[in-house]
Structures are given as structure tokens and as C-alpha cells.
Design a binder for this molecule. Sequence first.
Ligand SMILES: [Zn+2]
Length: 410
Amino acid sequence: MPASLLVRQARLPGHDDLQDVLVRDGRIAAIGTSVAAPRPDVLDDVPVEDVAGALVLPGLIDAHCHVDKTLWGGPWVPHAAGPRLVDRIANERDRRTDLGLPSPEHAADLLRHMAALGTTRVRTHTDVDPALGLAGIESVAKAADAVRGLVDVEQVAFPQDGVIRRPGTLELLEAALDAGATTLGGIDPAGVDDDPLGQLDALFEIAARRGAGIDIHLHDTGSLGAWQFGLVARRTVAFGLQGKVALSHADALGTVPEDERFRLIDLLAESGVAVITAAVYDVPVPSVRDLAERGVTLACGSDGIRDLWGPYGNGDMIERAMHVAYRNGLRRDEDIALALDCATTGAAHLLGLDSYGLVPGAPGDLVVVPARTVAEAVVARPTRALVVKDGHVIARHGELVHPTHLEFPS
Ligand SMILES: [Zn+2]
């Protein structure tokens, strides 16, 4: 149930004076210096939070994670996979069942932790393959139900092990759309599937017919990756899917010569294909400044969080923005703010949200941090003083206000 709340003395990006933010029935109703003036007709029934000059940001968005894979909340599991992508895929296939994955409990534990850190919306890639069927999709749907009111969850049906090389996967991806997934995933059409035209033609046909989006993990580097940018861009335009297609990681952007990089960025801008970065490990990162200047939608996400792919990650999107900024070598305040945009406005644009941000009409999803500027928040990554979802205070000082005890029907 949406709620109302008045947040007083908020420091908002772009405003010199402290502002009041009034949330009515789960949506921002007004922002201004005079919202809190004595107006009994407006304020009598509205709880008040005075944040005393702390920085207020819109609810953070994790645009790329894998909550179905996480071991969050369970005992520590030492990493055991080999160094290559195919080693990690094989390791996960071998061990996931023994470790109880996919697990709605682990996924919900992680989602609650993310909510406490100010993430109010998540797009998560859920494994779909012939061995698992739709078990992952159903598991994450259960977890999403358990955290309803804390964080909104949408799923990408993700063919981690390939599409064409794993017969039956394509049919399962489409079935996942019936089961609630909103987006079709893909993975290295050349590098993993060894059939780039086959994978892409199949995904775009389904997406166009079903009105779904597409989000492809593209780790292929150099000219092989760059070539697939063209394949994706041409199909995006041909199928009229501009604004609904994204390349996750897009490693080629960080591994081709500069003139080729700009050609690829312009190609993405012209075809309405977004980029999602995670800035994890030693993976090449796309240039935040170049993408922003040339009009490409750029979002970021945690990618794997404490799973069989690696031990790192904590679901903190301000920390993720720091990684994006740091890996890009960003030092000026206005540049560091671009990194946080990947977890706010850029991600909202990627997800096609009608209304988002610190504007009237947007959802009453807010994060309050003790900082004076966005750059200070990104660099210092302070404890979240307050998290508001749909007008409800859901977390204080980095902890959920009402830690829910989850019960999952069998
Ligand atoms: Zn991923």
C-alpha cells in the first residue's frame, strides 16, 4: 500500500537551497522550499522525516545482477572454478544443485540487503537451460514476492550456457516470458554459441513477436565483439526495437582502437541500443564520458554477487558507481556524477520507466545519505541514513526497519 511522507531539509542535486520533498500515496507530489510551510490541509496526516541537510537521491537501480545464482546468507563457499568463461559455466553446472541453487531464500536475503542499501528496483538475469527448465524463473519470482514493497524485481531469461548449442533453450526462453520474464537474454552469439546469426535471428524474432526486450551478455572482445555490435544494431532497427535492446558488458568498447570505439558508440546511439556495465574484476569497461556525450543510454549493475562465478559483490549500487568511476579514472565531481547516473537515470531509461527521479509524479523512492554532493556520496559510500520505498520508510542506518522473516510455501 503506497504511503505519504514529508522529507524536510533535503539536499537535492542541482538545488542550492535545502528542499522539502512531499510524497503522496507513493508518488512525489511536490518539491520546494515552501512545501513544509504550515498548511494543515496538506500536512496534518503526513509523517515527517527531517534529514537535516543530508543528500537525497532517487531510489537506486541495479540494472544487471544474477540473484538466482547467489549464495548470500549462506556459509562461505571458496571459489573453485578455472580461469576461463567456459570453466566458470562448467563449474556452476557441476555444483549448483549440491549447493541448493537456485534458492528463493538466498535470492530474497540478497534482495532485502540490496533494499537496505537503497536499491529500489532490480533487473536480474535468471538462468534458463534444459537442465533447469524454468526453476530459476520460478525461484526468483518467489523471492520477488517475498520482498514486495521493498524492491521491485524484473527478470531477464538468461541462456548462460548458450542458445543454439543447447537445443531446447530457445523454447524455454519463450516459455520464460509466459512465466513472467520481461526480457530475453543472450550470450556471446559468436564466442559461446559459435553461431552468431543463428542466436541473434532467433532472439530478435521472438522479441519482436512477443513485444519483449533483449539484453545480451557480450564479452567477446576486439574485432569479434565489434562485428557483433553491427549485427545487433542492424537487427534492432530492422525489427523496430530501438530503446528495447541492450548489450551487457560490451567488452569490445574497451578493447578496440579509439576510432573504432567511436564508430561503435555512434552505431549504438543511432540504433537505440543501450550499454550496461558492471566494472567488475579486470573486465574492460566502456568509457562513461564517451557514451554520455554521444547519447548512448548507459546503466550499471552488480553482475554476480557472492556466487559460483566469484566471491565479490555486495549489492551496493553507490559502491558500484564508485567502481565505474574509479575504473574510468573519473575525478571531477561532474564526471563522478555520471557514474552514479548509471544507477539512477541511465538505468531508469534502460528499463523504460515512465517516470523516475526527484520530480513530481515520480515514485516515492528515495535514498538519504550523509553527503553534500553526489561525488562525495560515491567516493565515501556512507551508510544509508534512510531508504524510502513508495512513501514508506523501509530502512534506517543501513538496516531494514522491519526485517521480514521469510516463509516460502513449498
Ligand atoms: Zn551477468
